[in-house]
Write a protein that binds this ligand. Structure first.
Ligand code: SAH
Length: 492
């Protein structure tokens, strides 16, 4: 049983830092005894540019049977033989997962005193498992890993290369690649999903397995599109444990999303002349967003993190928009949106233009591919910073619309809000609020990584000292867009 993890690097950020992150020195081959045999960690390659760690598990089939349920007594002679002669020594993913968590336990928790910053950041990763038992085939492998930000290659392995007519085995050769994940997340994905694909644990699943699942699944399992299958298979389909785990995951999801429904402080822009009634900032924002959508000629639009559907409603009134899709993680917000739009009473033609989808932007989602534009209005600041790369990948790496509009508060402007105590963010659920420089740095790096150009625009009065209350970035996809950009430039 065999798994490799590789990363790439430069002289300044050498790939060999992987040794620090895994707490295993690249110059030494090390062996660890586990209950079922020996786990070896070695590095087939280790220099500044590329570093690969291999985990090799040498299983003792006799120990496996002795420690297993029947303690070797077995029933019929055939069954007894099958305990010894089976694929477990070569393929059992649950053994590999247990070895992974034993040998790399600190790395799984993201602990690294020698290189704390690198442990906290995403790094380029490539994971290979040459023979992975995958019940559900390559399609399930993709459904499990792709939403987490992995690029997946899962080639079925033929039963016998010389007899192609025998068809494929239920093994795949798995290659996972990502630029957006931290090593600790990657290891926790493997710890949970390898045994889920194998669907045959080598040990009795007890109640503490629920805790293990929730710990390993923190930050990615709640809301995963295959959450139920993952939970049920990880817990060896023990129904009472599965139900317990599903309930706890739902509580986590609700705690993460519920307070996002509170109304934001941003009712009105502080205008200097008090005679006219100030326009609410939310209205200015919708106008600014609509203006960008008009300029770029977008007809099919995603409103990601649509909340209670105000923008969807505004866009529906404009016949230029032929398809408007609102996406939000909060069912409660979507219910309110659906009421606001009177979806149930809408005529057929109107109803065909609009859709509301429940989904998390922290996961890639095939339903979101192929649109002209995506709007993220006041959404990014609701995600914990470490989850932002996952959203970035889902939107810019996977959905890849031609135009992306992102708005977020400008924290510098907060001193101008009279009702806001110094040093406070505008809304209890904001995980961060950025200065103009921080927003530009993030947006610039995102554009660079995914082949977009980016421009910035103020929304609301642009204060000479602290800038506007809302900042907006407009991303335009480079390659497929150049022709049109040139046309637009000529027309201007
Ligand atoms: N776009 C709206 C709402 C902003 S409030 C507006 O401009 O008024 C932020 C919204 O993002 C909330 O409705 C919240 O449920 C949603 N949200 C937060 N995290 C999300 C995630 N990971 N996936 C999808 N939606 C999310």
């Amino acid at each position: 049983m065999f798994l490799t993890i590789s990363t790439t690097g430069t002289e300044e950020r050498p790939a060999t830092d992987l040794g620090f992150l895994l707490h295993k020195h690249p110059d030494r081959a090390q062996a660890f005894s586990t209950s079922y045999g020996t786990a070896h960690v070695l590095y087939p390659e280790a220099d500044a540019q590329r570093c690969t760690a291999a985990l090799l598990l040498e299983v003792d089939p006799v120990a496996l049977v002795r420690r297993g349920k029947g303690k070797g007594r077995g029933g019929a002679p055939d069954a007894a033989l099958a305990q010894y002669v089976n694929d477990r020594p070569y393929a059992a993913s649950s053994l590999l997962a247990v070895a992974l968590s034993g040998v790399f336990s600190s790395a799984m928790r993201g602990v690294c005193t020698a290189r704390p910053q690198r442990a906290a950041q995403p790094l380029p990763l490539r994971v290979e498992v040459p023979a992975l038992p995958a019940r559900g085939g390559p399609d399930l492998v993709r459904r499990l890993f792709e939403p987490l930000g992995w690029t997946v290659s899962a080639e079925p392995v033929a039963l016998d290369a010389e007899f192609p007519e025998w068809g494929d085995s239920w093994y795949v050769r798995l290659v996972l690649e990502s630029e957006t994940l931290r090593l600790s997340e990657a290891l926790r994905h493997l710890y949970v999903l390898l045994p889920v694909l194998d669907d045959a644990k080598h040990y009795w699943v007890a109640a503490d397995e629920v805790d293990k699942l929730l710990r390993a699944g923190e930050g990615w399992l709640p809301g995963h599109p295959e959450q139920k299958l993952i939970t049920s298979r990880f817990l060896s389909r023990r129904w009472s444990l599965t139900r317990q785990a599903m309930e706890r995951l739902e509580l986590v999801r609700l705690a993460e999303t519920d307070d996002a429904d509170v109304t934001e402080i941003d009712n009105a822009v502080a205008t200097e002349t008090e005679e006219e009634k100030p326009t609410p900032l939310a209205v200015l924002r919708r106008e600014a967003i609509t203006a960008v959508l008009h300029e770029t000629g977008a007809a099919r639009v995603l409103d990601l993190g649509c909340g209670q559907g105000q923008l969807v409603q505004a866009l529906l009134k404009d016949a230029r928009f032929t398809e408007i899709v609102g996406v939000d993680v909060s069912m409660r917000a979507l219910t309110i949106a659906s009421r606001r739009l009177r979806l149930d009473r809408m005529g057929e033609r109107q109803a065909a233009r609009v859709k509301l989808l429940q989904g998390s932007l922290a996961y890639t989602d095939r339903r979101l591919k192929g649109y002209d534009a995506a709007v993220l209005s006041e959404v990014i600041e609701h995600l914990d910073l470490p989850r932002l790369p996952a959203l970035e990948y889902a939107v810019f790496g996977s959905a890849r619309p031609r135009t992306v509009v992102v708005t977020t508060p400008n924290v510098e402007y907060n001193v101008r809000w009279e009702s806001l105590p110094a040093g406070h963010v505008r809304h209890g659920d904001h995980r961060f609020e950025w200065t103009r420089e921080e927003f530009r740095a993030w947006a610039g790096a995102v554009a660079e990584r995914h082949g977009y150009d980016v421009q910035f625009r103020p929304v609301g009065p642009d204060d000479p000292e602290v800038g506007p209350p809302t900042q907006m970035a407009v991303f335009l996809k480079k390659t497929e867009n150049t022709g049109e950009n040139e046309k637009e430039a000529k027309a201007a």
